[in-house]
Design a protein around this ligand. Sequence first.
Ligand code: UDP
Length: 253
Amino acid sequence: MARRKKIYEGKAKTLYEGPEPGTIVQYFKDDATAFNAEKKDVIEGKGVLNNLLSEYFMKGLGQIGVPTHFLKRLNMREQLVRSCEIIPLEVIVRNYAAGSMSKRLGIDEGTQLPRPIVEYCYKDDALGDPLVTEEHIAAFGWASQQDMDDILSLALRVNDFMSGVMLAVGIRLVDFKIEIGRVYDGDFQRLVVADEISPDSCRLWDIETGEKLDKDVFRRDLGSLTDAYSEVARRLGVMPNNPPAPSKPTLVN
Ligand code: UDP
């Protein structure tokens, strides 16, 4: 088989040239990183779960008319996506205070926000993805005012969709991050939801118990990340046929 060309290797995914022009194969790795890659581990099965979960969310968004880069899943670890130019922003939507917002503003984690709050961080690992305002984004030309209007609307639609999907399976969507890409159709550009949507990029808490079912399990050493992600996949009905083994023996009644 011909060796395919690697385009980019990130912390959790590797991108390869796709079979047709304008396509990319997105490979989900088992690598987990946190705190700007200061903490690292390999979590067996994470890539498979994120591939399936991201497919599930991206397809659902497509079904309600939110454009995404997703084309199709190829196998347990890879999906075919449209190649796009990623806008160098992390678009964060928060429904409850947590993480960096709680720290920055001194608000207890879990406090419900009066309305969803959208924040932008400049994607630059060396700088630690600093928070930026629309003034920076406009002044440095990272996105136009029209782009920003579209990004805000996309972010809020993703939030409504993801909040509803999660609520239906007893999970609170605390916050999440998305990335936005530009695709060109002739002379026109449009914006699509790109990268991935998975428990790596969301905060997900069980509504009843508050149990964390997202990457904070890894960041804060709260237990098995595979078990947490498997639980999300199980509730959504997207568990793989050969699920990753649970981290510890379970008592069978
Ligand atoms: N997030 C992400 N990638 C990043 C930074 C944040 O996916 O590089 C997600 C994170 O998982 C959470 C949300 O964005 O769901 C808000 O993260 P926050 O700003 O609170 O940062 P953290 O506490 O993770 O440093």
